[in-house]
Design a protein around this ligand. Structure first.
Ligand code: SF4
Ligand code: SF4
Length: 185
């Protein structure tokens, strides 16, 4: 079967209709609300639940909250966390000697934050991560502490366990016990 090709007009040969249609589309968008951001100068506001890079935290007394229990290392699905524990002289007894997270492996799942019994590791809002080598993408303890910053700890269970004066909660500070049927005691 022979197919006859339609002959193009001169305007079509010069692509004029397509160019005009394209310009009209661009012109229409000039007056619409922009949906793009001038990143990195402008950034989207992140919701509280956003999971960025995990970071280690200190309390307001400059104490590293991690007690080197290895739970986060154990739970981490891609095995991104490596911890070496050491004995320390405070009542906490153990702390991290080395704590590394390989951000080439981390999938920001948040399991480490969920499993941590000490609230020592948190998913931060940091998500910009660059490096020129694989080694630069492995963060050590100091870098992770910088990422996490300080989180206030009002419970201070280790100080209370050591019986430090002034650290015990008074009866008035203790939360009201709630009975199984929902009524307060
Ligand atoms: S966020 Fe998930 S993948 Fe990343 S270090 Fe924590 S447990 Fe591992
Ligand atoms: S960050 Fe939390 S879970 Fe991980 S070793 Fe330290 S105390 Fe344990």
């Amino acid at each position: 079967m022979k197919i006859r090709k339609r002959k193009l007009t001169l305007a079509e040969k010069l692509y004029l209709p397509a160019i005009i249609r394209g310009l009209m589309l661009t012109f229409r968008h000039l007056f619409r609300r922009a949906v793009t951001l001038q990143y990195p100068e402008q950034k989207h506001p992140l919701p509280d639940y956003y999971r960025g890079l995990p970071g280690l935290v200190k309390d307001q007394d400059d104490r590293i909250k991690c007690v080197g229990c290895f739970l986060c290392e154990w739970i981490c699905p891609p095995k991104a966390i490596t911890i070496k524990s050491q004995e320390i002289s405070t009542n906490v007894e153990k702390g991290p000697k080395e704590f590394e997270i390989d951000f080439l492996r981390c999938i920001m799942c948040g399991y480490c934050e969920e499993v941590c019994p000490e609230e020592a590791i948190f998913m931060t809002h940091h998500y910009e991560l660059v490096g020129t080598s694989r080694a630069e993408m492995v963060y050590d303890k100091e870098q992770l502490l910088q990422l996490g910053g300080v989180r206030r700890d009002d419970i201070k269970k280790w100080d209370r366990a050591a019986g430090k004066p002034g650290q015990q909660m008074s009866a008035a500070q203790l939360p009201e016990p709630v009975l199984p049927n929902g009524a307060s005691a």
